[in-house]
Design a protein. Structure first.
Length: 179
């Protein structure tokens, strides 16, 4: 028998929580992602004011992302372009840090940024499923999530570099190295 909402509004955490569509899963994971960004903001040392400013801009964009499939599209190409510019900024600052996979390590808030990276990937996977269900997913949304995942990675590299934390390379036994 399918689960049903509680008897009062106090027993319902989210109006769409009992849906079987992946759309609800997308909204739950983007809610989680927004909370993780908030945790990173709270844990950032003062020396990372530039990252604070970025995440202060990014966090509400993630809530806009959250409602942009069910509701009105609220993430625009200009938002993606802003994030791309910030990504390139940190990518340039970390160009020498790695040329491959690294183990997800580092002090707080690096752990939360790694979780945010994973949540962004979950959001992308949910969008793939939503699209398979026949619900239109605007292109800017999955592009934004992919870029956000990569942005979190370069932030991790930048924070670790600034704090003199050595990245630990990961050499896969499952995949051959590209030459």
């Amino acid at each position: 028998m399918p689960l049903k909402p509680g008897k009062t509004i106090d027993e319902i955490c989210y109006p769409f929580i009992y849906e079987t569509s992946y759309l609800c899963d997308f909204e739950v994971v983007t809610d989680e992602l927004c909370g993780l960004i908030g945790a990173v903001i709270a844990l950032l040392p003062e020396k990372f004011n530039d990252i604070y400013q970025d995440l202060d801009t990014l966090q509400p964009l993630v809530f806009h992302l959250n409602g942009s499939i069910r509701g009105k599209l609220a993430v625009q190409e200009e938002d993606l372009n802003w994030l791309l510019q910030r990504y390139h900024h940190y990518k340039e600052l970390t160009a020498e840090c790695t040329n491959g996979f690294v183990l997800p390590r580092g002090p707080q808030p690096v752990a939360q940024l790694n979780q945010a990276r994973s949540a962004a990937k979950k959001a992308i996977r949910s969008m793939v499923r939503i699209d398979q269900e026949g619900i239109e997913v605007p292109e800017v949304l999955h592009r934004f999530c992919n870029l956000m995942c990569n942005y979190f990675f370069v932030l991790i590299l930048y924070i670790n570099k600034t704090l003199n934390i050595q990245e630990v390379p990961f050499i896969s036994k499952s995949y051959r190295l590209k030459k």
